[in-house]
Design a protein around this ligand. Structure first.
Ligand SMILES: Nc1ncnc2c1ncn2[C@@H]1O[C@H](COP(=O)(O)OP(=O)(O)OP(=O)(O)O)[C@@H](O)[C@H]1O
Ligand SMILES: [Mg+2]
Length: 272
């Protein structure tokens, strides 16, 4: 069909598809630049302590230098794992996934930004079964929620990420809570609408203002047969909770090749 023959509705659909693709690329580009920065920091540390160790022959200084080099290398390993985690599951396949690990891998990429905006990140990780998710997509949801949280706290604050099992519902619950501005009651019903935004435009990190973030989160969660819920109080803060399906134990056990992908095969809990 020629472009002229497309209905307005179809054109809009195609444009939205295009926008989603562009957003995925933007996320990848951002990931590449954050990672490069973080790697550079780590390398600087390693270089400096290697020089220190070579200059000073006493055991105490050398021990200190080796310890610092080891710590920096472990951090580099974490960053690399985070990037590989995102890269290896670019599709939409859902596999048993350790959400705590996904959080850890995602945070290493946002640490610097959170520090810059004086946002303290707290973790409440309870023992939970593996979730049946596409890790890459859930990571995208998490990054969106964390960016929104950070933007709601222009003077800094605290964001709490909690993972807890809900055995009765057969879900793993995943929440992101901030101490930010909160959302006025009249806006709350609209925040998941595509293009709804109260932001003037991108902030100095280039994020925010298109009103696509939350609608994308909702789409992803719905594709997972999960639920996303929001609670907010103006002046106190906002909490988003995701309810994600637990991976059936059979799936976890039969998925023998998964350990090579870095995803644990055994679920710590049985499914209810
Ligand atoms: N944690 C939060 N605290 C306060 N308001 C929020 C929070 N999360 C979302 N909002 C409100 O919901 C609106 C929609 O959020 P959404 O992430 O969809 O779009 P956005 O952040 O404005 O732009 P982007 O497409 O770049 O994410 C925001 O503009 C903001 O008003
Ligand atoms: Mg957003």
């Amino acid at each position: 069909m020629s472009e002229g023959g497309l209905t307005l509705e179809r054109k809009l659909e195609l444009l939205e598809e295009e926008l989603r693709r562009a957003q995925r690329f933007a996320a990848l580009g951002e990931l590449a630049s954050t990672t490069t920065h973080e790697f550079n920091n780590v390398l600087t540390t390693i270089l400096n302590y290697a020089k220190l160790g070579l200059r000073h022959k006493d055991e105490a200084t050398r021990d200190k230098a080796f310890t610092k080099i080891l710590e920096a290398s472990q951090r580099a390993e974490k960053i690399a794992n985070g990037v590989l985690g995102m890269a290896r599951n670019r599709g939409t396949e859902r596999v048993p996934t350790d959400l705590a690990k996904l959080v850890e891998e995602s945070l290493v990429l946002l640490e610097r930004e959170m520090r810059k905006y004086r946002v303290q990140v707290e973790l409440e990780i309870l023992p939970a079964p593996l979730a049946l998710v596409c890790g890459n997509q859930i990571q995208q949801v998490l990054l969106n929620l964390l960016t929104n949280a950070r933007q709601a706290m222009p003077n800094g604050g605290r964001v709490t990420i909690r993972i807890a099992p809900d055995a009765a519902a057969g879900t793993v619950d995943f929440s992101v809570r901030d101490t930010g501005s909160g959302i006025p009651a009249d806006q709350l019903p609209h925040i998941f609408d595509r293009y709804f935004t109260t932001k003037r435009g991108p902030d100095e990190t280039g994020k925010g203002g298109t009103g696509v973030g939350l609608s994308m989160c909702r789409e992803i969660i719905e594709q997972h047969q999960g639920r996303i819920r929001v609670e907010s109080t103006v002046g106190v803060g906002t909490a988003f909770t995701l309810k994600l399906p637990v991976a059936p134990v059979e799936t976890a056990a039969s998925a023998a090749p998964l350990p090579t992908l870095g995803i644990p095969a055994a679920a710590p809990f049985a499914t209810a």
